[in-house]
Design a protein around this ligand. Structure first.
Ligand SMILES: Nc1ncnc2c1ncn2[C@@H]1O[C@H](COP(=O)(O)OP(=O)(O)O)[C@@H](O)[C@H]1O
Ligand SMILES: Nc1ccn([C@@H]2O[C@H](COP(=O)(O)OP(=O)(O)O)[C@@H](O)[C@H]2O)c(=O)n1
Length: 206
């Protein structure tokens, strides 16, 4: 069974994906980490984000096992990831890896922006997780502040809005709700209620 979880920044899709993967004993891929790895490498090597060939080169042969989720979750890396992800040639380099992960025997859980639309349109279960920008910004602010990052609630909300706009308006695999996805708006739901809603959808769909 393939479970596709999509949604905007800090909607809680990773939290849901991890819980579903544990519940159904399925492997999980946080596809945002791939774009974050490309964005982080571009920042580190001072690669020009307009240099499409160089950006695509960073995505080439990315090693899943070598990714460090902890450092990739830093605030500025999210913005760099979103810029890298808007480049079709970068997305093309990351396609096969994600499709292979999704279609491994036994199934998988993937979360991102285009899982139900591009990576695994054949997924048995598609969930689109969302919440208001204010709720998502409050969650991300708490997370970044706990990491010791010097952020303000205003700057985080601004970053979320900018990323929503870029991720939804890009030409290649924009963030859209798949026609056959079920939507969870968890603005007023805590983690437990949000996960319960997702579990109910999977049980109904599988
Ligand atoms: N329903 C929820 N209510 C409150 N906080 C949540 C909820 N879901 C997730 N969170 C918290 O919000 C932050 C972002 O969640 P995460 O799952 O990483 O989102 P995403 O993968 O969409 O970026 C985390 O700190 C997480 O613990
Ligand atoms: N399947 C995916 C996953 C992430 N991304 C991009 O990568 C960026 C970072 O994704 P993420 O899921 O780690 O970000 P958060 O939602 O955790 O903030 C997003 O803003 C998207 O631009 C994408 O384009 N497609």
């Amino acid at each position: 069974m393939i479970i596709a979880i999509d949604g905007p920044a800090a909607s809680g899709k990773g939290t849901i994906a991890r819980r579903l993967a544990a519940h159904y004993r399925l492997p999980h891929l946080d596809t945002g980490l791939l774009y974050r790895a490309v964005g982080a490498a571009a920042l580190e090597k001072a690669v020009d984000f307009e240099d499409v060939a160089a950006m695509a080169g960073l995505a080439e042969g990315l090693d899943l096992a070598a990714l460090d989720p902890e450092s990739l979750r830093a605030g500025p890396v999210g913005e760099a990831a979103s810029r890298a992800a808007a480049i079709p040639q970068v997305r093309a380099k990351l396609l096969t890896l994600q499709q292979n992960f999704a279609h491994q025997p036994g199934g998988a859980v993937l979360d991102g922006r285009d899982i139900g639309t591009v990576i695994a349109p054949d997924a048995a279960v598609k969930i689109f997780v969302t919440a208001t920008p204010e709720a998502r910004a409050a969650r991300r602010f708490r997370e970044l502040a706990a990491r010791g990052e010097k952020v303000t609630p205003e700057s985080v909300l601004e970053d979320i809005r900018k990323r929503d706009q870029r991720d939804s308006s890009r030409t290649s695999a924009p963030l859209v709700v798949a026609a056959d996805a079920e939507i969870i708006d968890n603005t007023a739901l805590d983690v437990a209620a949000s996960v319960a809603a997702a579990l109910a959808i999977v049980e109904r769909r599988r």
